[in-house]
Design a protein around this ligand. Structure first.
Ligand SMILES: [Zn+2]
Length: 474
């Protein structure tokens, strides 16, 4: 129980931030090893001149990101630089900027995303540099030791997609990772002391870092249709990642849905593979295996007191339901939260609720046949998705409960021995909650087709239309 509580302490409290600030300025090598150094670099900052942040103060950046992305300590890394050797053996140097993202309510890890710009070879980044025009971020994640590195998983996806033209579409919907590194916890840190005290009972963590291309948040989108398209894109990417590289993402949330613009066109990006696992390989970290994800978006079973997994694809599909629900009910338009008036903000508390409350609340929704979501008019067209996904979940879980009842009664000897136990498919809730179901629901919005990015899925949808019109003629 105590271990459990320690895991719920935000990583900041466990020392990651202070750990980062102090030792890396005093003795960068102690933190990053010999290959990489992170130094406070006055020269590089002052060289950048006007319009660029120079040092720690916060609100000196007038050009962008006025409110929600800004943190009280968003300037803590400003003026620092980080030097490392990339996988091709090339020396890289980036200058750190503003902290963009530090999520709350996340189990199993903590993440910081910092804006970086390439300043290679201790000079200004020159035209010849392949990172010269890239908008980059450095991501630092606080994770269980031994977990598959995000960079490796994304790399697996990217390589597979690049091998075959039929998979190439998915590259638009995956994060782009330029370099990865690991920061172990050394003697003197809180982590180290906890590990020493609790020995094997304490799940060890480490900081993983990577350099990735900068993506935009979902809230930069402008119309309900753009939101629908981005979420549908991300569903297709999630399916591809599960079907081909056999990776389960396990952390579907509003914050992990990002947007990339290519030639003026917007593409939904499935971001953040920190909690992802290879489907065929067991998660090496037993504690995190139980409950992973971002609480408000986790499937209701995962909040259950006796939840022991396994985490299946359908749990992520249920998370797509909560993403759509919270988006459509909590925002009156992009980035603007509904002002509390009662019923229409009943989901506001999900952001801070514990597992017990969320378990009951979500279960009540799924088992309520007359459920009605208070969708905001801006997102009104998403209600068709919500009703249809709700119906799928409702049917699936009703059949699961029926199955469990029979199973229990057989075990108690309340049923004749010769009565066979009916079959039940836990993976898909008897076929009710599947990628097929979700694709059928989400490929249209407001009776108009969205863009289906996966050619395989386009064929599937076309064949359904054909077979439908055929059966109508017969
Ligand atoms: Zn460069």
């Amino acid at each position: 129980m105590m271990i459990d509580q320690i895991h719920r302490i935000p990583p900041e409290t466990l020392g990651i931030i202070s750990n980062f600030q102090a030792p890396f300025i005093r003795d960068p090598n102690s933190l990053f090893g010999t290959k990489a150094t992170l130094v406070k670099d006055q020269k590089a900052s002052s060289d950048k001149g006007k319009g660029k942040k120079v040092a720690a103060p916060l609100a000196d950046d007038s050009e962008q990101d006025t409110s929600e992305d800004e943190f009280p300590s968003s300037g803590i890394f400003a003026g620092c630089s980080y030097t490392f050797t990339d996988s091709d053996g090339k020396l890289r140097r980036v200058e750190l900027g503003k902290v963009l993202f530090r999520p709350h309510g996340i189990l199993g890890r903590g993440t910081i995303v910092v804006e970086v710009t390439c300043s290679c070879a201790y000079e200004h980044c020159l035209n010849g540099c392949d990172w010269a025009d890239l908008q980059l971020v450095m991501k630092l994640s606080f994770l269980s030791k031994g977990r598959c590195a995000e960079g490796d998983l994304i790399d697996t996806c990217t390589k597979l997609a690049a091998q075959n033209p039929k998979h190439a579409w998915v590259l638009n919907h995956l994060p782009k990772v330029y370099a990865s590194f690991i920061v172990p916890f050394g003697p003197g840190t809180v982590q180290y002391r906890l590990k020493k005290y609790f020995k094997d009972a304490y799940e060890e963590r480490e900081v993983r870092g990577s350099i990735q291309s900068r993506l935009d948040g979902l809230m930069t989108l402008k119309t309900c249709r753009e939101f629908g398209q981005a979420i549908y894109d991300i569903l297709q990417c999630h399916e591809w990642v599960h079907k081909y590289p056999r990776i389960l993402h396990r952390d579907i949330s509003l914050g992990n849905m990002m947007v990339r613009t290519i030639d003026g066109k917007k593409y939904g990006v499935l971001n953040d593979f920190d909690l992802a696992v290879l489907v065929e390989r067991d998660d090496p970290t037993p504690t995190s295996n139980h409950r992973t994800g971002t609480r408000p978006f986790m499937s209701h079973e995962q909040h259950g007191f006796f939840w022991k997994g396994p985490h299946r694809a359908r749990h992520d599909l249920e998370s797509f339901f909560y993403v759509t629900l919270l988006l459509a009910c909590l925002y009156e338009k992009p980035s603007v939260k509904v002002i509390a008036t009662g019923l229409d903000t009943q989901y506001e508390t999900w952001m801070v609720s514990g597992d017990k409350d969320l378990h009951v609340t979500k279960r009540d929704i799924i088992t309520n046949g007359s459920w009605n979501p208070p969708v905001q008019s801006y997102f009104g067209r998403l209600d068709a998705w919500l009703y249809q996904i709700h119906s799928a979940l409702y049917s699936g879980f009703r059949e699961l409960q029926d199955f469990r009842l029979i199973q229990r009664n057989i075990n108690l000897g309340l049923v004749d021995d010769d009565e066979p136990l009916p079959e039940f498919n836990e993976e898909t809730l008897n076929g009710h909650v599947t990628y097929d179901t979700m694709i059928q629901i989400m490929h249209t919005l407001d009776n108009a087709r969205l863009e289906t990015r996966n050619p395989e899925r386009q064929v599937y949808l076309d064949s359904r239309i054909k077979s439908k019109s055929k059966s109508r003629r017969l």
